[in-house]
Design a binder for this molecule. Sequence first.
Ligand SMILES: *Cc1c(COP(=O)(O)O)cnc(C)c1O
Length: 393
Amino acid sequence: MNPNLGRWLDSQIATLKEQNLYKPVVVMDTPSGPRITVNGKADIINLSSNNYLGLANHPKVKQAAIEAVERWGAGAGAVRPIIGTMRVHVELEQRLAAFKHVEATLVFQSGFTANAGVIPTITDGDDAIITDELNHASIIDGVRLSKAARKIYKHCDMASLEQALRETSGAKKRLIITDGVFSMDGDIAPLPDIVALADRYDAAIMVDDAHGSGVLGGGRGTAFHFGVHDRIDVQLGTLSKAVGVMGGYIAGSASLIDWLTQRARPFLFSTGHPPSTAAATIAAIDLMENDRSLTERLWENARYWKAGLQRLGFDPGISETPITPVMVGDEGQAQALQRGLFDEGVLALAIVFPTVARGKARIRTMPSAMHSRADFDDALAAFEKVGRQLRLI
Ligand SMILES: *Cc1c(COP(=O)(O)O)cnc(C)c1O
């Protein structure tokens, strides 16, 4: 190791530890489920997974992956535009287009790369991107890759968005970007209001629906939830959260998708999914489409969990979706709550700066369709015990 680099790394890590911002990686010894083995400790209630519907370990999804390995092999063999696109990749994109009621879709390796792929590819130096201040890190990075001017508007604040639209009137084209569901607070972007402003100021709209996919609008996302899907130019969905597998996709017009196949750099220069990933995703979408009870159970469980926390005196913030933060504030207290809960058999991870602002630390809990009432009741008993010890309630 070069000594300059070595000293720099050591001091960066030491600073994180002093500021209670250092997070050791947690290791599971079981599949993602409602109760898991973590760091060797069995029967831990898992309240941190994005596996909203339990599809990550569903027998039909696993079977589809196994059969695809037998039929197609383990890897795609090349980047997709060279010779890495198999029939199963195309079948997935057609299924997604039908599911989302759009002309076409393009699947990327992840939601993160979908953002890195689409944002710089559809904007130029004489354009402007107008972006919510709490948008996901992958949107921020996608915007950084673009040559367009950028304006950040206050979180879900339509007056601030309108001001940004006024200030960018010289741009050749404008793109408003928002999360559909905000991943750290669980609130929903006011898409009908955003559509009205975009119409008035002649701007395009992109919605990153990573946490709306499989959760809102019968699984079809936030735009469907509000009935404005025809008015959203670019929708991003993830296949890594509620869909339970891996990937991200862009849904929109045929010309949008056509252009991305020619210019989106993660599509051009990084190998696509193994065929088993595409096949497992198709199976997961089948399950989501044919079994409404999955999303219904998710929402019922989320209501039960939130009501339980509120009854104990915890503050779930402004969430309107299953994402349920438990607001703490201080980073050290949030980490202490996480540790105390783990000792009581509950995995609920602290979210601290830079994922959220300093002083807005929280435990983020993710109730899912897989959890039973007993899972929630046991977890609530742990929250009550540790919350009292730390004087949070
Ligand atoms: C999780 C998330 C992503 C990234 O999705 P992956 O498929 O995990 O890469 C992108 N955008 C938002 C809003 C997210 O919450």
